[in-house]
Design a protein around this ligand. Structure first.
Ligand code: FAD
Ligand code: NAP
Length: 341
């Protein structure tokens, strides 16, 4: 007998941080790799369209989902190896990301403190190579295990195979057929602090600490985020709706000749110029704008918010209007960071 239970016509409202009322025709919760293997062996579900869901904090449902949503709740934290310098932690994909960060801080394991208070599950963290305040998941990534939803084979992916890039990986494509089961991180026992972001520096300065620590960095990041970002439990949102565009140095020169005060950062990995999308959106007059039940957050123009009863299609329509105005004013295409279904 299979351990998983398939439910019918489930409202996804509690399962996405935008707070969208979409219906999933079929829905199940998976708590172990064995359960997903059983599900994939079942002839009824084997070839059925499937979508993996973590905490729903980077997803927008624009319509009902006609297939089977598989909510990942695989738990567990296991120390695989430890020496005086580092530790390898294998973490179940359904663990909460921020709870893991706090666990590591308590244990004195450094490397993910800058990624404090990012909502979501550990299994979703590699999908877009989550990043904040100059740290990305790839900086601590060791390997992950994922099951191929079409043949049930479990494969281990190393860093190179994941093809991590800026808010991207091999898994962040609409045709992704893998469900991530666990992620192994390599964390340091002797921290290397990363405090280059100016907001973080300012917050740490305000704290006036005798010495820097991973706990202090985490506390500072939490304080900034609580001030600047809407709490999804209060106002529906999925964080930054768009990625920061990367443009060539030639295109940047052209842009700067027209907009002298355009903020920018050199992206060392791609050797391109990163323009803060929030600035582009603000320049188009969107910051703080509310249209009915949806709008652009007043403190951060990259965040689209649902004030209550907006539909996913309405949120998507607003996102497209923003894309269009940024395209018209700056000639730059904004690419959604949120996964739109
Ligand atoms: P979901 O939204 O459930 O899923 C996201 C995508 O990953 C979907 O396509 C889903 O199908 C797929 N997926 C999920 N789990 C798996 C799995 N186990 N296997 C295969 N596919 C899977 N992101 C950042 O990078 N940096 C930030 O600083 C940041 N800040 C945020 C702040 C707020 C307030 C919010 C609401 C979001 C923020 N995000 C940020 C976005 C989001 O938190 C992350 O992308 C997070 O990793 C999503 O996790 P999730 O479990 O909610 O994924
Ligand atoms: P911020 O600190 O006001 O900075 C604005 C933008 O400039 C950011 O997007 C950041 O790019 C870039 N930037 C700032 N300082 C930089 C530096 N020293 N080097 C390179 N790039 C720099 O941004 P914020 O909105 O308050 O967010 C703070 C951090 O949390 C950012 O890293 C942001 O990505 C992350 N965040 C992500 C989400 C999400 O949903 N993805 C939501 C909220 C916050 P990067 O975005 O590339 O870092």
């Amino acid at each position: 007998m299979s351990a998983f239970i398939i439910k019918h016509n489930i409202n996804l409202h509690p399962f996405n941080t935008f707070g969208i009322h979409a219906i999933s025709h079929f829905f199940t919760i998976i708590q172990s790799p064995h359960e997903i293997q059983l599900l994939l062996q079942n002839p009824e579900w084997k070839n059925f369209p499937k979508l993996i869901l973590g905490a729903g904090s980077n997803i927008l449902f624009t319509e009902d989902y006609k297939g089977l949503i598989i909510k990942n709740e695989i738990k567990g934290i296991e120390c695989l190896e430890e020496n005086e310098n580092e530790v390898l932690l294998k973490v179940g994909a359904g663990e909460n990301w921020h709870a893991l960060v706090l666990h590591c801080i308590r244990k004195g394991y450094a490397g993910i403190e800058n990624l404090s208070l990012i909502p979501g599950t550990v299994g979703a963290a590699p999908i877009q190579n989550i990043g904040a305040y100059g740290t990305e998941l790839k900086d601590v990534f060791y390997e992950l295990e994922a099951i191929n939803l079409s043949d049930g084979i479990i494969k281990t992916f190393n860093q190179a195979e994941c093809q991590f890039a800026y808010r991207h990986s091999i898994f962040k494509i609409p045709t992704n057929c893998y469900m991530i089961l666990n992620v192994t991180l390599r964390l340091l026992k002797k921290p290397i602090f990363n405090t280059e972001y100016s907001d973080l520096q300012a917050a740490l300065k305000m704290m006036n600490l005798p010495e820097l620590s991973i706990k202090a960095i985490s506390d500072a990041v939490i304080a900034i985020r609580q001030k600047k970002l809407p709490d999804p439990n209060v106002i529906g949102n999925a964080g930054s709706f768009f990625k920061n565009p990367l443009i060539s140095k030639e295109d940047f020169k052209d842009l700067q000749s027209k907009f002298l005060n355009v903020p920018y950062f050199h992206d060392e990995v791609s050797d391109q110029i990163k323009i803060p999308a929030a600035w582009l959106i603000e320049q188009c007059g969107w910051k703080g704008k509310r249209i009915g039940n949806k709008g652009v957050y007043e403190k951060q123009a990259l965040v689209i918010v649902n004030y209550g009863e907006a539909t996913g299609a309405e949120i998507w329509q607003l996102a497209q209007q923003i894309q269009q105005s940024v395209q018209e004013k700056f000639g730059i295409s904004l690419i959604p960071e949120v996964n739109v279904f």
